[in-house]
Write a protein that binds this ligand. Structure first.
Ligand SMILES: O=C(O)CCC(=O)C(=O)O
Ligand SMILES: [Fe+2]
Ligand SMILES: [Mn+2]
Length: 230
């Protein structure tokens, strides 16, 4: 199980090293451009946000508080048995524990069904187990691209317990980037170019600022559905 989950992110290493180093020098001047006042996606240019907006989608309030509670009740007992992992320098993720789940209670089953019918084209073959990732409040996800061997064109994730910021950076042109605000209980969907040609990362608390506003990053659990490579 552990092996498969790590393999999902196996292409991250090059992205972590090249992506992070170059980011620092390239960020300075990039003004944030929002499509609308309340937009949840900003980026290095309005053109990029327009072109890729539909491939990096955020749906606020995708689940209710009751559904979030049901997911947490179902997930917490198993997660609590694991320890957060902090010290592997080569991991794409720092400060996390994770698991996967095939069978869900009925309230959760309904949520997962809704995620899948929203994010994936009908009949698209899906990865059976749902991935559950628990980030400690000091945890974060470094830039990586999910393995094309194990994961298809679409990644869809629910965010529980905390708001967070997902940053996408173009792999071969790191001054092209988009930040997605992922509110608690929202669903994000990454597809196609946003999934294949951009690294994604979840910012650590200290860096978690969206349109000039601090977005406190608390403990966050994500519930992630993927499809299979075509
Ligand atoms: O926590 C998330 O929403 C994303 C996790 C992720 O990028 C991964 O496990 O590959
Ligand atoms: Fe990922
Ligand atoms: Mn490791």
């Amino acid at each position: 199980m552990k092996l498969l989950l790590a393999a999902l992110r196996q292409t991250h290493k090059a992205a972590v090293h090249t992506g992070q180093r170059r980011r620092r020098s390239s960020r300075g001047g990039g003004g944030l451009v929002a499509l609308r006042e309340e937009a949840l996606v900003v980026g290095s240019s309005q053109e990029l946000v327009r072109r890729l907006g539909s491939q990096a989608e955020v749906r606020t309030g995708f689940i209710t508080e009751e559904e979030e509670d049901a997911l947490l009740r179902e997930l917490e007992p198993g997660l609590k048995k694991k320890r957060y992992e902090f010290d592997h320098w080569d991991d794409a993720i720092h400060g996390y524990r994770e698991t996967e789940r095939v069978r869900w209670g009925s309230a959760c089953e309904e949520v997962i069904r809704r995620v899948r019918s929203t994010a994936f084209p009908e009949g698209s073959p899906l990865l059976g187990p749902v991935h559950v990732l628990d980030l400690d409040k000091t945890g974060y996800i470094k830039p990586h691209i999910d393995s094309v061997k194990f994961c298809g064109s679409t990644i869809a994730g629910l965010s529980l317990l905390s708001d967070s910021i997902m940053r996408l950076v173009k792999e071969d042109s790191t001054d092209e980037w988009m930040d997605l605000l992922l509110p608690r209980r929202s669903l994000y969907i990454l597809r196609d170019q946003a999934r294949y040609n951009f690294t994604h990362q979840i910012l650590k608390d200290e860096e978690s600022v969206f349109k000039g506003r601090k977005v406190p990053r608390l403990r966050r659990i994500s519930v992630i559905c993927r499809n299979l490579p075509g």
